[in-house]
Structure formats: C-alpha cells, structure tokens
Design a protein around this ligand. Sequence first.
Ligand code: HEC
Length: 135
Amino acid sequence: MMACNSNVPKSNEGNLQINQVPANVDSEMTVLMREMYYNFEIIKDSIVAGKTVDRILFNDVRRTHWASPTDSTIMGPAFEGMTVDFLDKVDSLLLEEVNKEMYFNLTVQACLNCHQEFCPGPMGKITKLLIKPKR
Ligand code: HEC
C-alpha cells in the first residue's frame, strides 16, 4: 500500500470478528484519485501525440472539493487552498491552445503540491505523469 492511509492500525488484522467491518475500505477520495491518475495518463498521451484532449477526462476533478478522505482531519482551509489552485491550473489547461505541455505540467505540479502537504506516498508515481521536455 502506498497511500497515506497507511496509518490505519493493522493490529486487528487476522482476527476480524464476524459482522466487523474491515478498516481498509477505500475512501471516496482514494477512488477519485485513482480515476484522476488514470485519466491524466490518457490526457498526457493525447497531448504528447498532439491529439485533441477529450474533456470528459476532466469531468470529476471538481469532486476534489467534497470527496470524503480516509482522514477527515485533513479537510480545512489549507486543503481547500490546494484544491482551488489545482482546479485553477486545470481551467488554464482547458483554455490553452498552444503550450499544452507546460500547462499540463503546471497542473501535475499542483497535484504534487497538495500531496507534499497531505499525502506524500504517491508522489513518485505522480511525478511520472510530468511531460519531459523534448530534446
Ligand atoms: C487538494 C489535494 C490533492 C490534490 C490536488 C490531488 N490529490 Fe491525490 N490525494 C490526496 C489525498 C488526501 C489522497 C489520499 C486519499 C485518502 O486516503 O482518502 C490522495 C491520494 C492519491 C493517490 C493514491 C490513491 C490510492 O490508490 O491509494 C493517487 C495516485 C493520487 N492521489 C493522484 C493524484 C493526481 C494524479 C492528482 C492530480 C491530477 C492528485 N492526486 C491531486 C490529495 C490530493
């Protein structure tokens, strides 16, 4: 497991009682993030190939505002600020006609900025989304 929910206690593993709910059910935020990661891989491939980006791939990004995370204590002004910044970058990318690579990378950087504060686990994986400069 590489998420930030690694602080879920493991001590009960192996002796779950009947009717006891396992502690490791994926949060709404986790499911959203996996989908965003998957969609951003497709967005990246389209941009690199010079193809039109399918806007449907951005449909769920705004749910970052309200999807419930594993650890609800992270929700607050700092998290909200990171969300607003991320969505601003998405909006700029959607408007950009020429330098899509740069605006895509700024958006991924906004993913990383939030992760730096709230969920460093997947940063290596997210970094791989960045489009490398052409030589
Ligand atoms: C405003 C903060 C924020 C932004 C922006 C953000 N994330 Fe996340 N991300 C989180 C948090 C918090 C979690 C942990 C979710 C949980 O445990 O409920 C997470 C989890 C993840 C995970 C792990 C999912 C798993 O399988 O456990 C991936 C991958 C991920 N994010 C990718 C991204 C990508 C790609 C972007 C940008 C397109 C992004 N994130 C933008 C806060 C953010």
